[in-house]
Design a protein around this ligand. Structure first.
Ligand code: CMP
Length: 139
């Protein structure tokens, strides 16, 4: 069994219908080990997205993530990193709409920054990201 961090971005959390659809999808596919609303601070965003510092979208991404609460989940299942990333679809919303039209990002993404959700890309990232958003969680 694997675990991963799933993060629902602010504009989706403001859309009750979209958030309910995603919660149902998560409930049908994973064991939820943790779930909470997170108000991303500047410090939290800098730690979470440290690998993107210096990229052209970094400040845009950081201020968007602080524009309202996010919702974070710790998910568990067989191969859950890949499974959640498949449900999300490609990072770029244009690509998601064309190649994975029923994915979360195709349905609820608005732009490459406002791409609806995030998922860890490896076991190492999952452990790092869970430790940032769920410091109380013991892996
Ligand atoms: P996320 O899964 O949260 O991880 C890093 C984020 O950077 C990504 O989703 C996008 O929101 C953002 N991102 C990646 N590439 C671009 C890009 N080319 N333009 C704008 N934002 C991007």
């Amino acid at each position: 069994m694997e675990i991963t961090l799933a993060l629902i971005k602010p504009h989706v959390l403001r859309n009750a219908y979209a958030f309910r659809q995603i919660e149902t999808l998560i409930g049908n596919n994973f064991i939820v080990l943790g779930a909470k609303k997170v108000c991303v601070t500047k410090e939290l965003s800098e730690r979470f997205y440290a690998e993107h510092e210096g990229k052209f979208f970094y400040h845009r991404l950081s201020s968007f993530m602080r524009s309202g609460p996010c919702y974070a989940f710790i998910l568990q299942s067989e191969s859950c990193i890949v499974k959640w990333r498949q449900l999300m679809g490609p990072t770029k919303v244009f690509k998601a709409i064309h190649s994975e039209p029923s994915s979360i990002r195709a349905l609820y993404g608005l732009s490459d920054t406002r791409n609806a959700c995030h998922g860890s890309d490896s076991e190492k990232s999952a452990i790092r990201e869970i430790a940032i958003l769920f410091p109380e969680f013991k892996i």
